[in-house]
Write a protein that binds this ligand. Structure first.
Ligand SMILES: NCc1[nH]cc(CCC(=O)O)c1CC(=O)O
Length: 308
């Protein structure tokens, strides 16, 4: 039994809170604990403060984790709950991703009051997205569409959509499902056409290396399959030095101990895409992810990620 409550650090957005609560509820169920065994500590990050510019302009990944990692290191929290998609590939010394929850839907969702799918949108329609990957993939599939920058939390984005500021938007299905907003999804973008971001749909827990009490507690809610998939995806991203400036997609799936990995890099304007795919034993997850990263690096022109 924990003498002191386990302090769970999280950002304050509705999605971040839902993820922290899901983690707490899984820990409660696994260990037969009550709510008083936990304290959810909300931490405001630089990423939450900056709302008016694309994340790729202000420094990208890391913006949503820095202040939370400082709280882990100074021991004002015990664990941090994150969207794996938002995690940099390199963590500060002394911190590790020590657990992954079972992965949610990895797909991107299409939301529009005007058309059922991206393909059905009228010529010249306006689609809102702040993700360079989604922007590039939309432009690749529909060069006629105007893609506009679209930030803000989920609720803000849905309001802008309802008010007709854009004709459609793309969001991670996982986030909408976790918020009980699955009903807002018009259709799904299948992963063979529209490769998700590395880590999409996976909640990860970060804690201090060697904090054995916490590690023991987390072991009961950890999903090893999600970890294997994320090991491959994060190794892939690390080779490409992926940040929010780079349109990159990557997805690992596991079938009977075999890992299948597909990665893609795109020119931001959607005019070029380079893809690679490979299968191998789950035990080689990191090597497979790295190999795909190297393969794409060798294929793609050096200026692919240059500003346009
Ligand atoms: N970058 C924001 C972010 N980080 C994680 C999710 C969704 C949840 C997930 O992928 O686990 C989202 C919102 C979105 O992309 O629609």
């Amino acid at each position: 039994m924990q003498p002191n409550p386990l302090r769970i650090g999280t950002r304050g957005s509705a999605l971040a809170l839902a993820q922290a609560e899901e983690t707490r509820d899984r820990l409660k169920a696994a260990h037969g604990l009550s709510d008083d065994a936990f304290e959810i500590v909300v931490i405001k990050t630089s990423g939450d403060r900056i709302q008016d510019r694309p994340l790729s302009e202000v420094g990208g990944k890391g913006l949503f984790t820095k202040e939370i990692e400082e709280a882990l290191l100074d021991k004002s929290i015990d664990i941090a709950v994150h969207s794996s998609k938002d995690m940099p590939t390199v963590l500060p010394d002394g911190l590790e991703l020590t657990a992954f929850l079972p992965r949610e839907d990895v797909r991107d969702a299409f939301l529009s009051p005007k058309a059922r799918t991206l393909t059905d949108l009228p010529h010249g329609a306006v689609v809102g997205s702040s993700s360079l990957r989604r922007q590039a993939m939309i432009r690749r599939l529909r060069p006629d569409i105007e893609v506009v920058m679209y930030r803000g939390n989920l609720q803000t984005r849905m309001r802008k959509l309802a008010e007709g500021e854009v004709d459609a938007t793309l969001l991670a299905a996982a986030g909408l499902k976790r918020l009980g907003l699955e009903g807002e999804i018009t259709s799904y973008l299948e992963t063979d056409q529209f490769l998700p971001a590395v880590g999409q749909g996976a909640i990860c827990i970060e804690s201090r290396s060697g904090d054995t009490a916490v590690l023991q507690m987390l072991a009961a809610i950890h999903d090893p399959e999600t970890q294997i998939r994320l090991d491959a995806e994060r190794a892939f991203l690390a080779v490409l030095d992926g940040s929010c400036r780079t349109p990159i997609g990557g997805l690992a799936v596991l079938e009977n101990g075999t890992l299948r990995f597909k990665g893609a890099v795109l020119r931001p304007d959607g005019t070029e895409m380079y893809e690679a795919e490979r299968t191998g034993p789950a035990a080689d997850a990191v090597a497979i992810g790295e190999a795909i990263g190297q393969e794409l690096k060798a294929q793609m022109p050096a200026d692919l990620f240059a500003e346009h």
